[in-house]
Design a protein around this ligand. Structure first.
Ligand SMILES: C[S@@+](CC[C@H](N)C(=O)[O-])C[C@H]1O[C@@H](n2cnc3c(N)ncnc32)[C@H](O)[C@@H]1O
Length: 334
């Protein structure tokens, strides 16, 4: 039989043991421990550039608080449900699902856009298109976005041009530029629904008409002027069409190839299919002296300029902030 001292010693030992286990358990579920664990797991994921930033984002999603809250409260503990949610999110990211699809949002032009797997994730280089179009936007007018996706291009442009009714935008020489209207076309109904939602969030629902159409006529879709008779000619057409070649396609990282919509990226064998269609269609939807602002792949300047020769005058070739050729501006000859 155990003596009293032995029992007391066992009790003390058990207390110390359970205290240690408790500390270990709670340590393993604090925000800071979770971030470390998630960061370690994400470091081996190919598309993860900043494991520390992504771990903070995933933890913030799992606990339903802002990233700032996560950073400022490292000793907060996660409930079992929050830990399970975190592990589900981590698994998705380990399978190379892009962070933007996991979060459901991506920042573009300083604005937040909803995204889902039916839309391309807006890329920073596409902001080159927005600034080029803004430089052309004088007085009021009509602007058409062919292949709108999340609506990031046209909505960013209109957000600048229509800051609020009757008030001039900064840097606009006192001109009131709230008389711009837009029309956004996409072949994907699901993408258009996302764009409509983004327009609503940005307070631009009244400024844009959304049209489900195919700009090529190839699948029986209708051309913008016919589906949009009330607007007539456009002053500016913007487009970031699909432009990857078949060869590019084979080199895409898993995070793009397996998750982003093929219809948003695939430019056929030579990457130029969409530009051929646009060269046929765009002159007929533009007003005289109207402009087309096109995103291109950095290697496509020559090929795309050739396609528009005769139909429109080349006005500018613009590089993106990384120095890559990214945007061509054409003017309709009157
Ligand atoms: C490269 S994504 C650009 C999306 C968005 N404008 C951006 O810059 O993030 C091309 C978009 O064109 C759409 N698209 C592709 N082919 C089309 C067609 N024939 N007619 C209309 N839209 C098309 C795709 O659904 C996709 O949303």
């Amino acid at each position: 039989m155990y003596g009293e001292r032995a029992i007391a010693s066992l009790r003390r030992g058990f207390c110390r043991f359970s205290a240690r286990r408790k500390t270990e358990e709670s340590a393993s579920v604090t925000v800071s421990a979770s971030r470390k664990l998630v960061g370690d797991r994400l470091r081996s994921v190919q598309s993860v550039r900043d494991a520390s930033l992504e771990s903070a984002l995933l933890v913030s999603m799992a606990i339903g608080k802002s990233r700032e809250h996560v950073v400022l409260n490292p000793s907060l503990t996660l409930s079992e449900r929050q830990r399970a949610r975190l592990m589900r999110l981590v698994r998705l990211r380990q399978e190379e699902m892009p962070m933007a699809y996991i979060c459901g949002v991506r920042e573009f032009w300083g604005l937040e856009f909803e995204v889902n797997p039916s839309t391309l994730i807006p890329r920073p280089e596409t902001e080159t298109l927005v600034s080029a179009a803004l430089r052309l936007a004088k007085r009021g007018g009509k602007i058409l976005d062919l292949g709108t996706g999340t609506g990031c291009v046209i909505l960013s442009i209109l957000k600048e041009l229509r800051p609020c009714q009757g008030v001039s935008a900064p840097g606009m020489d006192g001109r009131v530029r709230d008389d711009w209207r837009g029309c956004a076309v996409d072949i994907s109904k699901d993408a258009l629904n996302v764009a409509k939602k983004n327009a609503k969030i940005l307070g631009l629902s009244d400024a844009v008409q959304f049209i489900h159409a195919d700009w090529t006529f190839e699948t029986g879709g209708r051309a913008p002027p016919r589906v949009h008779p009330s607007l007539g000619g456009f002053d500016i057409v913007v487009s970031n069409p699909p432009y990857l070649t078949r060869e590019d396609w084979t080199r895409l990282p898993k995070s793009v190839a397996d998750y982003e919509p093929k219809v948003a990226l695939d430019g056929s064998e030579d990457g130029l299919r969409a530009y051929r269609a646009l060269a046929r269609q765009v002159p007929s939807v533009l007003k005289a002296n109207g402009h087309l602002v096109l995103e291109i792949g950095s290697w496509q300047e020559e090929g795309v300029r050739e396609l528009f020769k005769g139909a429109m005058r080349h006005e500018a070739s613009i590089r993106d902030p990384c120095g890559r050729m990214r945007c061509l501006v054409f003017k309709k000859m009157s």
